[in-house]
Design a protein around this ligand. Structure first.
Ligand code: SF4
Length: 450
């Protein structure tokens, strides 16, 4: 069996199989470049079954490039809520605006122009050009590299850029003339349904007869892939601050900064309790110091709140960080009320700074305060030593905040507001906070310290 014959076998049998076995997916029903583009962005890091309802809702709400370009960002994020990797949604909208401005609202068909769209990498560009316009462009992602590694018995590490280049060349050579649209989808479909990562279904595979990996018994050891760095664990303390007086029935949320992780999404206030020591996961903090630290950090952010008790533990996994969350129910306090010691001391340290002492002296005051109680209080120190402009409070608040005390976490310029259950439909939250706040409004933490 020569290489040419092996390639021909692959292309012909794969296409035949796909034409009979292709799944009926919503983005395949119309030959609409915008639909292809949205589906490919959603499918990055996400399973087809998960994407289908999101895709249908997204296209229902933003049926055209223009509708997406003109929508408020908050609405776009709301429609993405739960899918994760929110920068995809922001980039998609930014790219829709590029398409409006530079291409009159029509998806470009030129490779360089597609590649220039925000959030579009080589895989997505290849997928759009081949699926939407039937151009013979390879679309190589991890699934495709797995299939090709196995079929052609390629021992190169698929994490290397040079391997991707090799795979793209190979995938391009395999596309039968005039059949790029079907062939690339066939290759993706084989990786998703048959040549799966852990248990490939070789016996029902349409290309099994000439699969070098299977013949060599290597289907389970290919592809070669160096392990990615494990995500960094972080222990975080989260506050569900229950409002009182004019805020009764509402909880405090803040909006994340305009750039970085989960940019512009809403969340419960939280603070880093302890980073992981080298080679060791950060462990949970005992409740007493955890609550003191939380009260202090809220105070440094401009809010007086008393932690009442542990509501729940939760975990949120990002590609590069794992948050282990200790979630405390807190109640809003009047400024005149006695606050937990750490909060009062945090204020004293801040007052010293606000009174005109230089950064280093107030930072060292905060540092002293931190070391007095526990080394875990370093986050308060960092909050206190990074004052920035006042927080932009969207809600009129009857609480007499000292304007100078509305410090914001690490100088990020955060925005805060009090929300009720009715606001949940309008604001975009990362999944973990959506679950925590919904559970709170459903009464799941009613008995904390009652
Ligand atoms: S025969 Fe097995 S290893 Fe080879 S392509 Fe098919 S499913 Fe993958």
């Amino acid at each position: 069996m020569g290489l040419l014959e092996q390639k021909r076998h692959f292309s012909v049998n794969l296409l035949d199989w796909y034409m009979v076995n292709r799944r009926d997916l919503p983005w395949r029903r119309h030959n609409n470049p915008y639909f292809t583009w949205v589906s490919e962005i959603m499918l990055q890091q996400t399973r087809v079954d998960t994407v289908i309802p999101y895709f249908n809702r997204f296209i229902g709400n933003f049926p055209t490039v223009q509708a997406l370009a003109e929508a408020p960002e908050e609405e776009v994020l709301k429609n993405w809520e739960g899918l994760g990797y929110y920068s995809r949604a922001r980039n998609l909208q930014a790219a829709a605006r590029q398409v409006m401005e530079l291409h009159g609202g029509e998806m470009p068909q030129d490779k360089q122009a597609v590649f220039a769209l925000k959030g579009v990498g080589p895989y997505t560009a290849g997928a759009i050009l081949s699926i939407a316009f039937n151009q013979p462009q390879p679309a190589v992602d991890g699934n495709v590299m797995r299939v090709l590694s196995r079929y052609f018995l390629i021992d190169e590490d698929i994490m290397k850029g040079s391997t991707r280049v090799l795979m793209e060349e190979l995938a391009g050579e395999l596309i039968p003339e005039g059949r790029a649209r079907d062939f690339n989808q066939a290759l993706m479909e084989l990786g998703a349904l048959v040549c799966t990562p852990k248990a490939p279904h070789c016996l029902t595979c349409p290309v099994m007869e000439q699969c070098s990996g299977r013949i060599a018994g290597r289907e389970l050891t290919l592809p070669v892939k160096t392990k990615a760095k494990p995500p960094r664990p972080e222990q975080r303390l989260v506050a569900i601050v229950e409002g009182r007086g004019a805020h009764r029935g509402r909880v405090l949320v803040r909006q994340r900064p305009a750039t970085g992780l989960l940019a512009r999404m809403w969340e419960l206030p939280h603070v880093l309790a302890a980073p992981a020591a080298a080679g060791k996961a950060a462990g949970p903090l005992a409740d007493e110091p955890a609550m003191a630290l939380l009260a202090g950090s809220l105070w440094a952010e401009g809010f007086a709140a008393r932690p009442e008790g542990l509501a729940t533990h939760a975990e949120h996994v990002f590609s590069h960080i794992v948050w282990s969350l200790q979630v405390y129910k807190c109640t809003e306090q009047d400024q005149s009320n006695e606050l937990p010691l750490i909060a009062a001391e945090a204020r004293a340290a801040y007052d010293a700074q606000a009174a005109g002492k230089d950064h280093s002296s107030s930072a060292s005051a905060a540092s002293e305060l931190a070391t007095t109680h526990s080394e875990q209080f370093h986050s308060v120190t960092s909050l206190l030593s990074n004052p920035s402009e006042d927080a932009d409070l969207l809600d009129e608040s009857p609480v007499a905040y000292d304007a100078q005390l509305t410090l914001t976490g690490k100088g990020d310029g955060l925005t805060y507001r009090w929300i009720g259950p009715e606001d949940m439909d309008k604001m975009a939250f990362p999944n973990i906070f959506l679950k925590l706040i919904s559970s709170y409004f459903a009464g799941a933490y009613d008995d904390v310290n009652e």
